[in-house]
Ligand binder design. Structure first.
Ligand code: GUE
Length: 282
């Protein structure tokens, strides 16, 4: 099957030059550093954070994990963020989502200094993105753009349907694709006649969190299918949103799970840590 987009391989290629950028920064006396705050013991979050730590270490980026108990109160979490905001040795701050229900995610995200908000979730970075002047962008959306670029896909005039309206994936991805002259539709749980809509897509992106949500009748032959889903099947195996066996026979290009968007998210995060660290020299 040669219609597979190998996100892992693309991420590994990008890692080569990124490692050089880190080495160069170190020679000039700057040690790039990412701080991650993980609250509680969500097993999926623990895996994602571990993957980020591994990649950082391999690139020569310092990685500080602050693991707080699920019972931590908001004020305590905000104090931790404030400390990282003040620490001139920290370039990027990431608070792993989701947070426990007792904590207001918006309050927490807004507490991160925008220039260290490596996720691009803060209102300032979000605003820059929608003003068509992106600064720090959400990693999953950025990673998908890099993946399409690596495959020489021109978005001009393409019909894109994104099944996800979150601030983390759907909205930032829509902004980035619009910037490259795609015609973007954001679909969600209230969208009428979804299969009819998705069949109009030249590029279909799904991030619903439901295994086998995207079936082959929803996909136009030859379409590009980007699977952002991270689900566990009955056997506990990681699967995406797309019925991969059937849809991969129909799609022009398709990303697998694992090995598609996930590794691109992580490498994009690291690229942004390095970009922020470069600013220390300005
Ligand atoms: N503040 C914040 N920023 C995030 O960027 C963020 C977050 N919260 N919360 C959760 C999502 C999810 N996410 C992933 C990261 C790596 C993989 C990844 O490495 N996936 C691998 C394998 C995963 C595995 O081994 O289970 C793959 O798809 O091949 C996936 C998903 C980042 N997120």
């Amino acid at each position: 099957m040669n219609n597979l987009i190998d996100g892992k391989a693309i991420a590994n290629e990008l890692a080569v030059s990124l490692r050089q950028s880190v080495a160069e920064l170190k020679r000039s006396g700057v040690q790039p550093k990412l701080a991650v705050i993980l609250v509680g013991d969500n097993s999926a979050s623990a895996i994602y954070v571990r993957n980020k730590g591994r990649r950082a270490e391999e690139l020569g980026i310092s990685f500080r994990l602050i693991h707080l108990p699920a019972t931590v109160n908001e004020a305590e979490l905000l104090r931790n963020i404030e400390q990282l905001n003040q620490d001139s040795g920290v370039d990027g701050i990431l608070v792993q989502l989701p947070l426990p229900a007792a904590i207001n995610e918006e309050t927490v995200i807004n507490a991160i200094a925008p220039e260290k908000d490596v996720d691009g979730f803060s209102p300032v970075n979000f605003g820059h993105l929608w003003q068509n002047n992106p600064a720090i962008i959400p990693s999953t959306a950025g990673g998908i753009m890099t993946l399409l670029k690596a495959k020489n896909i021109d978005l001009t005039g393409q019909n894109v349907v994104i099944i996800n309206r979150s601030n983390i994936v759907g909205r930032p991805l829509a902004a980035l694709m619009l910037q490259q002259d795609a015609t973007v539709t954001i679909a969600h749980s209230k969208t009428k006649n979804l299969p009819e809509l998705t069949r109009t897509a030249d590029i279909l992106v799904s991030a619903t969190g439901r295994a086998a949500f995207v079936t082959k009748d929803m996909v136009h032959p030859g379409a590009i299918v980007i699977d952002v889903g991270m689900n566990r099947d009955e056997a506990g195996k990681l699967v995406g949103d797309v019925d991969f066996a059937a849809v991969s026979k129909k799609a022009g290009l398709i990303t697998p799970v694992p090995g598609g968007v996930g590794p691109m998210t992580v490498i994009t995060l690291m690229q942004q840590v390095v970009e922020i660290a470069k600013k220390r020299k300005d």
